[in-house]
Design a protein around this ligand. Structure first.
Ligand code: BG6
Length: 497
């Protein structure tokens, strides 16, 4: 169902940064091409340097051409570029915010409902909100005014609470949109639908039938040019604190009373708050970290590419993890005793984000080591659902083998919508259901902080794994039982060991 969007102005802070180039501008152009932007919607890009209007328009064209290399639709481009404006907001100009306000207040150009997208350094979130408020730009008495805050929301629980306290001086909760772009992925939204729109899963979705759950994000990519950011963050805070705990919440939460945003968020919050924080004393059995060294990763052309180790990229010693695996337990009757393994790593042998659910042993074991049933919800690169079962090998003997039912979520004619496109649209529509409530953010930090603190204080050398390899064998220390192992590729007959 298409929701109505009031005429509005999207104000992009950090407009020349990477996110804007790769996701936001192309996403807005796509929304325009799909006819999803209101006619009189405008985009005001805010950047540090002085840029002439025509130069900015040329720059936007470059951003789009880099993404849509098959060419742009000139009719759409003409409409899109006419929406685009640029405003300099130099950090050493004390009048910068007043100038921005004067520009935006011109309602002959800019519709007065404003959505601010803060794609800026996290340390600047609070001060930008304060400055917007000081010049009246957050006042929502006549028009709506919304602020989207990129991740990370704080760097630990205390910092998240400080940020929350400072922005809520000026904004009401319904004006704040804390983004987690994973929630905009169709395959993630599908978790809830798969669970609750099918009868056969719900009766099995508990500790009586499920042995364990793995929530995995593996990337072949390294940290790239984000070394400084990454070294102050690490894999656990970068991926697990946000995207993977949200994924876990969708897999494990109770059925909401209805599909209203508030009901869904209430169930996610309850779930996140019932995950037991890892006790520092048992950390070595519940969390494992490692860092990639040089090695070979799959390259686009099908060959492999030699890549540097993390330390070489960073240029100084560091114990920051590029691999993190943790084991969590949920203290509620449904999940009592079921381990949830959450792992994320850069420079692995494959890129894959998936939820792998292993069921308990079958009542009949015909051969030793008979595979258990697995249900795999693949988020990317494939969006699919795969169920593995044991069946009889045809012939005279009684023997079993695994077959798999593999369903693609996406059909050739389906729209392919990037998560940022969904979330940008939701922001303008005023639909916060795919954004984080502060209680979720806090619950997530409470789980992650003790691990990060313990790792930071631990001076023993960090385990190294060659770029392009599978999980370090030593990571198996966190498994609850000896017959558990990391699931990899979801292809039929894919690696299982
Ligand atoms: C970002 C992390 O939030 O998510 C990156 O900062 C990570 O390190 C990225 O690569 C993964 O997102 P996606 O959508 O490519 O899985």
């Amino acid at each position: 169902m298409t929701k109505k969007i009031n005429p509005c102005t999207l104000v992009l802070f950090g407009a020349s940064g990477n996110l804007s180039r790769v996701k936001l501008m192309p996403g807005l152009y796509r929304l325009d091409s799909l006819g999803r932007l209101p006619d009189d919607m405008k985009i005001l890009s805010v950047g540090r340097s002085p840029v002439l209007a025509e130069d900015w328009q040329a720059e936007v064209r470059k951003m789009l051409e880099a993404k849509f290399y098959n060419g742009l639709d000139e009719t759409v481009f003409k409409r899109f570029i006419a929406r685009n404006h640029y405003q300099e907001n130099g950090s050493d100009d004390p009048e910068a915010m007043n100038k921005l306000a004067a520009r935006l207040n011109d309602d002959s150009v800019f519709p007065q409902n404003f959505a601010y997208f803060l794609s800026i350094r996290p340390v600047d979130f609070a001060s930008v909100v304060e400055q917007l408020a000081a010049v009246g730009l957050t006042d929502d008495s006549k028009y709506w005014r919304r602020v989207l805050i990129e991740k990370p929301f704080g760097t630990n629980l205390e910092k998240a609470q400080e940020l929350q306290a400072s922005i809520t001086k000026y904004l009401k909760e319904e004006q704040i949109y804390r983004i987690d772009h994973y929630l905009g992925k169709a395959a993630l939204q599908n978790i809830m639908l798969t669970r609750f729109a099918n009868h056969m899963l719900e009766p099995l979705w508990n500790n009586e039938h499920i042995d364990h759950v793995q929530i995995t994000n593996n990337e072949t990519l390294g940290v790239g040019d984000r070394t400084q950011f990454y070294d102050s963050t690490g894999a656990l805070r970068d991926m697990a604190q946000s995207h993977l705990l949200q994924t876990l919440a969708l897999v494990a939460m109770e059925k909401p009373a209805d599909f209203n945003p508030d009901s869904i968020r209430a169930e996610k919050i309850k779930l996140l708050q019932s995950i037991r924080p890892i006790d520092k004393a048992s950390l070595n059995k519940q969390a494992f970290r490692a860092q990639y060294k040089e090695g070979h990763v799959p390259a686009r052309d099908g060959h492999s590419e030699h890549v540097k180790g993390y330390i070489d990229e960073l240029g100084k010693p560091s114990s920051v993890e590029t691999y993190a695996a943790i084991k969590l337990f949920i203290d509620n009757p449904r999940w009592k005793g079921v381990p949830f393994y959450v792992r994320t790593a850069k420079r692995m042998h494959e890129s894959s984000t998936a939820i792998s659910i292993r069921f308990k042993k079958a009542p009949m074991e015909l051969k030793e080591g008979q595979q258990q049933n697995w249900l795999i919800l693949s988020i990317q690169p494939k969006e699919s659902l795969k169920l593995e079962m044991q069946t009889k090998v045809p012939g005279l003997d009684i023997a079993t083998r695994s077959i798999s039912m593999d369903g693609q979520l996406r059909q050739a004619t389906d729209d392919s919508v990037d998560s940022y496109e969904t979330l940008l649209l939701n922001l303008m529509e005023g639909d916060a259901s795919l954004f984080l409530h502060i209680d979720e953010v806090q619950a997530q930090w409470k789980l992650i902080d003790p691990i990060v603190e313990t790792w930071a204080a631990d001076k023993t050398p960090v385990h190294q794994y060659p770029a392009g390899s599978r999980d370090p064998k030593e990571s198996g220390v966190i498994f609850e039982s000896e017959d558990q192992f990391w699931r990899y590729s979801i292809e039929l007959g894919g690696d299982q060991h």
